[in-house]
Design a protein around this ligand. Structure first.
Ligand code: MGD
Ligand code: MGD
Ligand code: SF4
Ligand code: MO
Length: 903
């Protein structure tokens, strides 16, 4: 069939939504050249999530649309096949296994990066027609704890507030959220709110001093995993101070006395809290005082809370505070779960988690009956399925024999990721739908199904504030890639469910999804206070194709009561529980499950960096995003560095009970002693030893099943290779027998960072074999080789231009990379530059620009430091005027401020 998602476009401005985080920024895209897939991307000034702003990742979207390594055709066991065959093989494998072993012997593992329409059909196929609930999603690693906590407190998985609340808050608490890097446009909005209202205070609670602390009036460097003590302590404190809102509690809250008793028993005073949380008593007291004194408080939180063996309780400990003080459902106040992926919310709306059924319904008899009637199926699954970590255990145990992975890379992102490899290796049939051909997960696929990616696909996503926005196609589908919903629908049809999957477009699926949200979900006139289901978009259930195409961003619920959408929930104080009252939950704080030992005495924390997205399949394609943090790194405190004999810039071998990896040391006092931090991003595609998921312990929260990715007992030691090196080359290379290799895409070159455990006999021969492609006759070399001292510097030129260069040394004493990278822009390399390459230091007067700080204008750290000094720059504004840095997306402003404060 025709690819339904693409319509040729004229005029050329297309409104869509960013591919990345849950802020859900609106984008206005213009096509430059459709054949070359070049577009221009700007923030959509009218989109209420960003009002025209984009962060460094959103700004660079246009540079990620290359077809390099795209998966463009279905591939079965290494052979390109037709779609017909791919659909038939996939459905045959699933059907045969279901027939022989029952529906629970198969599974889907999907993602918050699917569009709502894709997600809806995947969920419908598994839960409604295959008849199993073995569909889980990477949201299990991300939003599972808030989902359960919301349900416990509100009776529904509802995020109460909205971004506008930021403008009215007087205290914003950011807990376990590196907002500056992970939700940059929310960060900028908070910063702006602070400028408009200097009385607004910001508290950041994070063991690390992150860039988010640039706007903090108070940073609480909390001991990993102890947040529930801090929040329970605050509840006890408020109670003792007589600062609870008994009127609100009386009318709208249940479970109060249990929750208070538990808080007082477990955290009776500030001294105890400060001790357990590793904080100064005075700081805890200040935080408690600010909370007590301020009316409009937002408690925003993300993975530092969710990714925990007690994540659900931590979220409820936060919600308890808002319920007990009535600071919820009001302008400028409420708990706020910041969602991660672009469609983390949409996945929850369709019921894509194994413990949900559909449309915010769980597995009660009533709901199963209702959904069965709506889907007209007598096969609807009647109980929860396997949650992600358990699902991969079941695959390894041979209980689940076929799995279809869509838009996620579990070989990287699940904890104990080496076990995931083992599981996939054993699995009888693995299908993977992805846009890329080579990922750590596609390697284990029997069947590869090519999916459309951002800029090609078409549908809806929902952001952190319940706002549904359209993603629209800008470019035509490349190769034979298809929308995910289409692929799933074809397989469903081939499995014999054609009548129930008749969709020709995303629009038809959206309407059905909206109808299910509204199905038997009207308020009871006799009991108007008794609410039914929070997720209701009945007003969008009959959109015409044109209306769907034109759909403007809108916050659910969207019903006859609120046809323009709903900014804030619970304004009337009525909740979706049977009694209509919210529930406070008695919390007994627990420490992280895995304990430190002599063998593993350090806490390994993992998370994100500013310019990369997850497994880097897209962001690493944009050269400007690769130089802020170019290599896998490990942050550690100077005292730990000293104890383990590690210097800044060394390579460090980190290991846990599950696996090991190598990363570059960043010694910094922004890290707490005893705590390590490693980014989650590097895969085996880009680094030989940088996959941190292999180390993460598979401990999970008992209620939500969310893994504790922020706390793994680990140890470190200096990695001592025989030599270190790096090379820059215009073409990509295949580097063998070097143990540590990191590949970094630059503007006109690839950079490889290297370290190897054995010495090479003849470096010159090795260099020539590695770098020569035999195609180019006009090759010139300059070389310096000091065999005794194991040093090598070599450069290769083709027609006077630099083609590649390689530097090797027994120590870390290697040339800086920036000035060499710049030589790739030159049409001829001068003698002084050739000599400089041989001597290993830049020609006089040309300093290295250093690592990128401003990604938009490519301004490096050294350039900034020197300009600050020599030109006396004293403000971010002055830097902007002089170097442009910080004047576009603003993501680097916290770093500019740090540089200013150090100079
Ligand atoms: N640049 C970028 N942005 C992203 C993403 C990305 O890949 N790159 N991914 C998106 C996704 S899917 C998600 S889920 C979000 C995640 O957004 P965040 O949750 O903000 O990101 P993380 O870096 O995972 O973790 C946040 C912070 O939690 C802290 N933390 C660790 N342990 C504790 C603890 O015990 N208590 C407290 N209070 N804090 C702790 C960490 O030190 C870290 O700074 O980001 C989204 N945005
Ligand atoms: N150690 C550690 N591990 C973590 C975390 C952590 O903080 N620390 N965070 C966890 C969290 S919060 C998250 S959200 C996960 C994220 O982890 P993953 O979901 O594994 O990471 P992504 O790189 O986003 O994977 C998306 C894949 O889908 C492909 N893709 C992109 N768009 C499409 C599409 O439209 N269709 C299809 N079929 N494929 C597409 C991409 O090429 C890529 O291969 O990681 C989790 N794992
Ligand atoms: S904050 Fe950045 S990554 Fe997130 S949606 Fe906006 S532009 Fe995209
Ligand atoms: Mo996430």
């Amino acid at each position: 069939m025709q690819n339904a998602s693409f319509k040729p476009v004229e005029p050329k401005e297309i409104k869509t939504t960013c591919a990345y985080c849950g802020v859900g920024c609106g984008i206005s895209a213009t096509i430059n050249n459709i054949d070359e897939r070049t577009i221009m991307v700007r923030g959509d000034k009218l989109h209420p999530s960003n009002y025209g702003r984009l962060c460094s990742k959103g700004t660079a979207l246009a540079d990620t649309l290359t077809l390099d390594d795209r998966l463009l055709h279905p591939i079965y066991k290494g052979e390109q096949i037709s779609w017909n065959k791919a659909i038939k093989e996939t459905s045959d494998h699933f059907s045969a296994i279901i027939e022989q072993h029952g529906p629970d012997a198969v599974a889907f593992y999907v993602s918050g990066q699917l569009l709502t329409e894709d997600y809806y059909v995947a969920n419908k196929l598994m839960k409604g027609f295959i008849g199993s609930s073995n569909i889980d999603t990477n949201s299990r690693l991300c939003m599972a704890s808030p989902t359960v906590a919301h349900k416990r407190a509100f009776g529904s998985d509802t995020v109460p507030g909205c971004y506008d609340d930021i403008d009215h808050a007087e205290l914003i608490i950011l807990t376990g959220s590196n907002t500056a890097w992970c939700h940059p446009i929310i960060f900028q909005r908070i910063k702006k709110a602070k400028e408009n209202n200097p009385a607004l205070k910001v508290v950041v609670i994070d063991p690390r001093k992150t860039d988010t602390c640039a706007i903090a009036d108070l940073h609480l460097p909390i001991q990993s995993g102890t947040d529930a003590y801090l929040f329970n302590g605050l509840l006890a404190h408020l109670s003792k101070q007589g600062q609870l809102n008994f009127e609100y509690i009386e009318q709208h809250v249940e479970g109060f006395s249990h929750a208070i008793t538990s808080a007082i028993e477990t955290t009776p005073n500030i001294t105890k809290v400060a001790n357990i949380c590793g904080l100064a008593e005075a700081d805890v007291a200040t935080f408690y005082q600010w909370f007590t004194q301020t009316e409009n408080i937002i408690s925003a939180y993300s993975q530092g809370i969710n990714q925990s063996s007690s994540g659900t309780d931590k979220v409820n400990a936060i919600i308890n505070l808002h319920l007990a003080t009535g600071r919820i459902g009001k302008i400028g106040a409420g708990p706020f779960s910041l969602t991660g992926q672009p469609n983390a919310m949409g996945g929850r709306e369709v019921g894509g988690l194994a413990n949900q059924l559909a449309a915010h319904m769980d597995f009660t008899e009533d709901n199963i009956n209702r959904v069965s009637r709506f889907w007209q199926s007598d096969h609807v699954s009647s109980s929860q399925g396997l949650k992600a970590v358990d699902l991969f255990d079941a695959i390894e145990a041979g209980k689940v024999k076929a799995v279809w992975i869509m838009a996620t890379s579990p070989v990287d992102s699940l904890p104990n990721a080496n076990q995931v490899k083992a599981a996939l290796e054993k699995c009888e049939f693995v299908a993977v739908s992805d846009c890329m051909q080579h990922t750590d997960t596609t390697q284990y696929a029997d069947m590869l199904l090519p999916a459309l990616g951002w800029g090609e696909k078409d549908g809806t996503v929902t952001n952190s504030e319940r706002r549904i926005s359209r993603q629209r196609a800008i470019l035509p589908p490349p190769g034979e890639a298809k929308p995910d919903w289409w692929i799933i629908t074809q397989v469903a049809k081939a499995m014999g469910f054609e009548q129930s999957f008749p969709y020709q477009s995303a629009h038809e699926i959206f309407n059905e999804h909206a109808q299910l949200s509204a199905f038997e979900n009207t308020l009871d006139k006799n009991d108007p206070l008794l609410k039914k289901r929070d997720f209701n978009i009945s007003s969008l259930a009959t959109l015409s194709a044109q209306q769907y195409d034109d759909l403007m961003p809108i916050q659910w619920p969207v019903t006859s009561v609120s046809p323009q959408g709903t900014k804030r929930m619970f304004e009337d104080g009525h909740y979706f529980t049977p009694t209509g009252k919210a529930q406070m939950i008695a919390i007994e704080p627990r420490l992280p499950e895995a304990r430190l030992s002599d063998e593993f005495p350090l806490i390994l924390n993992t998370g994100r960096i500013r310019d990369q997205w997850h497994t880097m399949t897209r962001t690493a394609l944009a050269p400007q995003l690769n130089n802020h943090k170019a290599e896998p790194f490990i942050e550690l405190h100077p005292s730990d560095a000293q104890h383990f004999n590690i210097d800044d810039g060394c390579l460090v071998l980190t290991s846990s009970a599950y696996g090991e990896m190598i990363a570059r040391a960043e010694v910094t006092d922004s890290q707490k002693p005893g705590h390590l931090f490693i980014p989650m991003h590097w895969t085996e595609q880009l680094s030989s030893k940088g996959r941190v998921g292999a180390l993460v312990n598979p401990v999970t929260d008992p209620y939500s099943g969310q893994p504790e990715s922020k706390h793994t007992p680990a140890t470190i030691k200096l990695y001592r290779p025989q030599w270190f090196g790096f090379l820059l080359s215009r073409r990509a290379l295949n580097i063998e027998s070097v143990q540590y290799v990191v590949k970094i895409r630059g503007q006109k070159f690839y950079r490889y960072e290297l370290a190897a455990e054995s010495m090479i006999d003849d470096l010159s021969v090795w260099a020539r074999t590695l770098l020569c492609d035999n195609q180019k006759a006009e090759t010139e070399w300059v070389e310096y080789s000091d065999i005794k001292h194991r040093k090598y510097r070599g450069a290769r030129f083709v027609s006077d231009m630099l083609e590649s260069c390689l530097f090797i040394s027994p120590s870390l004493d290697l040339p800086t990379r920036g000035w060499l990278a710049e030589l790739f822009n030159k049409s001829s390399i001068e003698l002084d530059e050739r000599l400089a390459m041989l001597s290993g230091s830049p020609p006089a007067g040309r300093e290295d620009c250093g690592k990128t700080v401003c990604a938009c204008f490519g301004v490096g750290e050294n350039t900034l430091k020197s300009a600050i000094k020599t030109q006396g720059l004293s403000s971010v504004k002055a830097i902007g005027e002089c170097l442009n840095a910080g004047t576009n997306c603003g993501s680097c402003i916290p770093e500019l401020e740090t540089l200013l404060s150090h100079e």
